[in-house]
Design a protein around this ligand. Sequence first.
Ligand SMILES: Cc1ncc(C[n+]2csc(CCOP(=O)(O)OP(=O)(O)O)c2C)c(N)n1
Length: 572
Amino acid sequence: MAIAQKTLEQPEAESLLSGGEIMCRALVDEGVPVIFGYPGGAIMPFYDALHGCDDLHHVLVRHEQGATHAADGYARITGEVGVCCGTSGPGATNMVTGLANAFMDSVPIVAITGQVARPAIGKDSFQETDVIGVTISVTKHNILVRSIEDLQPAIHDAFAIARSGRPGPVLIDVPKDIQFETYPYQPFTRQTTASPTSIDLDRLLHDATAMIDGARRPLIMAGHGVLLSGASEALRRFAERTGMPVITTLLGLSAFPESHPLSLGMPGMHGPASTNRAIDEADVIFAIGMRFDDRITGKIGDFAPQARIIHVDIEPAELRKVVPTTIAVHGDAKAVLERLTPMVRAAEHDDWLTRVRSWEKPVAAVEDGIPQPLEILRQIKRVSGARAVLVTDVGQHQMWAARHYGYDLPNSHITSGGAGTMGFALPAAMGVKFGKPDAPVWVVAGDGGIQMNIQELGTIAQEGLELKVVIMNNGYLGMVRQWQKFFHGGRYSATPISSPDYTLLAAAYGLQARHVDRAEDLPEAMEWAARTPGTTILDVAIESERNVYPMIPSGKSIAHMIEDPTRNTGDE
Ligand SMILES: Cc1ncc(C[n+]2csc(CCOP(=O)(O)OP(=O)(O)O)c2C)c(N)n1
């Protein structure tokens, strides 16, 4: 195929790069140090170029879903774009769940897939799948590269789109013949772009200031956008100046230190009664970088009935999407907080805070000789200190870890929120470890979710990664069993699940594991896990039919909250 030379000078023969080499060089120029992927026929020229590219470390995962979650974990911990790649057909379709996960949680990743050669497209060729069609609804943008001259610009566009505004995943599909062609490479330097904001920002912030200054029972609700924009410090200054208590959503956890006197923790379906009641009684809610997910609002008509809402978000489509909003500000969380903080009056709301605290219930201590979920979390904190990052899977353990760990360091809590993707934690933790090699990285998973991407133990072993894996093993798909208990007459349909012997499994991978089933053995086992070099797995048997309390049933209001009938407290 002829090479178009439209805007470029005629290159020296030796300055021509193959498509595969252009892909490598563009990634390096974008500042990418590591990519997670799996080779195959349609992406072999790229892998061939990778062979000679010392500046890119390629991590061979065991399943392409693992690559997408690892890129996702890397992006969340570093604030940079995570990169994954795979071949056409099944390689690409294996990435769909990870893309959907990143899309729901606004995580910037770039996925590169090989495609069959252009003449073979549309012919049901071997490993041909319409990846653009398949991924259009789970990506922020996707691009089928149609010619070699479009290849380098497509890669830089993908990075710019992934990280701009509300971040998200972008997929680039590169036909194999384009990877073989040659073309001159244009030197590239990354530019930073200004964040978009509401056109009438000054007036909106002026109105917001008046509302905040006049509030008597105000609340801040902070979401993932605060972490994505690096606004934790700006949020702390704003909260301390206004004296407003701070609620952090599941994905906003760690955006505001939970040990801070103004912190109220997580709201919603499994949030403490006191936090949900505060929302019920608040007169002004300043919601920033969050999207009023239905797990937070419950029944929309009953959400925050007394409050006027100020909503700040980088994504205009989120504004006024779910809840009626008095002031809607389109803007970056950090930029808005930095503008707003000097405008608002310094205040304290001690009476309001004392009132909310009076609704809090002490955590019930349970001593039945069985390892307790909350004790497992306390032990993680004890043995690995403030620098630990927890990567959680999906289910009951996720809610316990969200509610009870106490996250102080920004981005120390990583989880799959919007999609609730079981199997996320183990591969995501690989990406987290690559992004923050000095931090102790803990995987907290259930016995169901850990088995969904357990194959990544092979990647972990091959890369010599050090992760600390804790399985809260209840012998059930616990969260679904809990719903069956509450809403389906206790009929445990397909929720009992067996596990392999994790000590044998770990040994097969050359890793170390221990099984713990007595509460008294837990502290020593946790110390062993923390101090043993390399990846360790702790398989901890917990009470099999323990429920997460409190719980507001889906689509209901706080009035329908289910509290623990067996213990004299509403909270776990
Ligand atoms: C990929 C995927 N499949 C199914 C579900 C539905 N689901 C949500 S929680 C859950 C149970 C999780 O069980 P486990 O991993 O053992 O954790 P536990 O709830 O017991 O802590 C299931 C099946 C899901 N979230 N993701």
